[in-house]
Ligand binder design. Sequence first.
Ligand SMILES: *[C@@H]1O[C@H](CO)[C@@H](O)[C@H](O)[C@H]1NC(C)=O
Length: 361
Amino acid sequence: MATKSLLCVQMLLLTSIVFVVLGHEAVKSEQYPLVVSTWPFVEAVRAAWRAVDAGFSSVDAVIEGCSACEELRCDGTVGPGGSPDENGETTIDALVMDGATMEVGAVAAMRYVKDGIRAARLVMQHTKHTLLVGEKASAFAISMGLPGPTNLSSTESMEKWTKWKQNHCQPNFWKNVIPVNSCGPYHGKDSLKLSDRTCSEDSLLGNIESSSSHFSVNNHDTISMAVIDKGGHIAVGTSTNGATFKIPGRVGDGPIVGSSAYADDEVGACGATGDGDIMMRFLPCYQVVESMRLGMEPKLAAKDAISRIARKFPDFVGAVFAVNKNGEHAGACYGWTFQYSVRRPLMDDVKVVTVHPHSLP
Ligand SMILES: *[C@@H]1O[C@H](CO)[C@@H](O)[C@H](O)[C@H]1NC(C)=O
């Protein structure tokens, strides 16, 4: 009995070793290196590809790719000059994660410094911290040699902001406040119950809820990129200037590890984009990677992560891509049509994959 089961175990081990070796060899020549990015950010993917194809590490390639997007100001929602907050200021959120070491560096609500992903990398490389925020993140980045202080506003962002002010600061991210249809300062409507409330204020309380979507096809909001290098090591990075007309101080999912991106050499990687305020409550990229760790295919893992959010927030808009360590990739989205870009060997150029939204399960 004991001998028999031992034999079984040995055979099982042998089979899995053969499978792994064969699988790895077959995959290695075609699937690596690999670059995947949210949206048709083709130039960013090309930049990352040039680095990883030349033998640089996955972390180096992610930095090159996301930097290219920051310089090009992809969609106006990455890098300087876009997404003004309520005060008209542009700030930067970025993250990098090394799936070989599980080290992370991130900056959030960083002011006056345009190089988000490079600042994130400096946090990862030269500190024992994970996340630096606001003005202190800017001071750190500048002290470590990045250019600044820089004016992150552009003519376009200032025009956008001026129009928004003229439109009574609509749309905005406030809820349950008074005044409803004009600029602040705002007051929580609950606090009014304690004070003497007039009839006119009372009638205002009725029409407060308005759910306008802040994210659209032209407001893609985040680059999230995954790279597998020639050694099979995986890294992810993100960069964004956040949500347009956000309340100053707001940090979205961009610099939150496990939300906008996650990577583990043992499993694979994930990138996310969309309504970050909602998505960060579910850590969708952590979910995707952990589901793949338990054996889910990338496609199912991506769909499952999105479904978990949609079931609780049927009005949310978002998407994820999933990549396993063999380089198999898939996407899932909800509320909008999602596109992600891929570059790997045996491809002439970057390919853009379109993913159609799936309905509520
Ligand atoms: C920053 O740049 C914007 C757009 O060019 C300009 O309107 C604004 O005055 C500048 N701010 C400062 C402090 O120079």
